[in-house]
Design a protein around this ligand. Structure first.
Ligand SMILES: [Fe+2]
Length: 343
């Protein structure tokens, strides 16, 4: 653990400390506390054109039942363990026509952002949430969830989970539902009707820190963004960008994960910004160039890229773009450690 010593003359004392399971803080202080964050992981982009054939091949070789979840995880090449970032897990999940992914729950919270759909849904806590391209569905910690493809084509979405965070805390639990598919005992749009229509139930409280709204359809979010874009000038660092919110307090959708939708007009270049959060982007519409730290790529629809923490982010739209993103900002804000810097 102690390689280059600041005070080599004290090595004999350090050796005795080591045998007592102790370490001199003055030798390791700079590793623990520094004036700038260490960056965890590398910027990386996964082209959907490259990933889709891998998914479809998996679709012919392993069933959703065999796999339990047919997910190709996006592994950050700069990290030595699974995860798209130090704090976040992301994967592309495929459910083939007629297939189900059986019901289970876990202490890790999840979001799903739909990339390809001809019909299908995620059931969450007894409610069927339809999955159309661009829809965002949340699965809060310990919520039962299962998936079904009711369409004629593949159903593909981007999974985002707080797995590294929850596992780091040592709070990892999971359970299978006794039935393959949980009973549906709520109307479609039940959660949005109770909590997301500018109303909330007269009686009762929502008990968890996650948003009680389970589904944020693209038809609604895109229309909202477009209306804002038609009247406001684009922000220099973000274009037109909005935050998916918990209607109870205006906060983020999950206690660990925040999500965003932004629009950039053709030709627009954002000024660089960086933040302590790690962010995963998924391109919904359009194409452009992303500059993340020293990396630069051209992106197009359904491509996914990651910006690690404290890494400069600049986006350039070649055509009108709509970009979804999610990050660990919600957890960082709750802990009071979130910071950002604009250039
Ligand atoms: Fe799950």
């Amino acid at each position: 653990m102690l390689e280059k010593l600041k005070y080599p003359a004290l090595r004999d004392a350090y050796d005795i400390m080591a045998r007592a399971s102790a370490v001199p803080l003055w030798e390791i202080y700079d590793r623990l506390v520094s004036d700038q964050p260490a960056v965890h992981g590398a910027p990386h982009l996964w082209h959907y054109a490259q990933m889709r054939p891998l998914l479809m091949d998996a679709g012919t070789r392993i069933s959703a039942t065999e796999a339990e979840r047919r997910v190709i995880a996006l592994k950050n090449p700069g990290l030595d363990r699974p995860g798209i970032a130090q704090t976040l897990f992301a994967g592309l999940q495929l459910v083939m026509p007629g297939e189900i992914a059986t019901a289970h729950r876990h202490s890790q919270g999840a979001i799903r952002f739909v990339l390809e759909s001809t019909g299908g849904y995620t059931a969450v806590n007894g409610e069927r949430c339809e999955m159309r391209r661009g829809d965002l569905i949340t699965t809060p910690s310990w919520a039962w969830h299962d998936h079904e493809n009711t369409g004629a084509g593949p159903l593909v979405w981007l999974d985002g989970l707080d797995v590294p965070l929850v596992n780091f805390f040592g709070a990892k639990f999971a359970e299978d539902h006794p039935q393959d598919q949980q009973p549906i005992d709520r109307q479609p749009d039940d959660s949005a009707s109770r909590w997301g229509a500018g109303l909330r139930p007269f009686h009762g409280q929502h008990a968890t820190p996650a948003s009680p709204v389970l589904s944020y359809p693209y038809a609604t979010t895109r229309a909202a963004l477009e209306r804002v874009a038609s009247s406001d000038a684009p922000d220099a660092h973000h274009g037109w960008k909005m935050i998916y919110t918990n209607p109870l307090d205006g906060g983020h959708i999950l206690p660990t994960i925040a999500a965003f939708l932004q629009m950039l007009p053709a030709g627009f270049r954002t000024r660089p910004w960086r933040t302590t959060e790690a962010t995963v982007f998924a391109v919904v519409e359009g194409s452009g160039t992303a500059r993340i730290g020293d990396a630069e790529w051209t992106f197009t629809e359904s491509d996914v890229f990651v910006a690690p923490n404290w890494t400069w982010i600049a986006l350039e739209a070649h055509t009108d773009c709509v970009i979804f993103s999610f990050s660990d900002r919600s957890a960082q804000e709750r802990l009071g450690i979130w910071r950002a810097e604009e250039n």
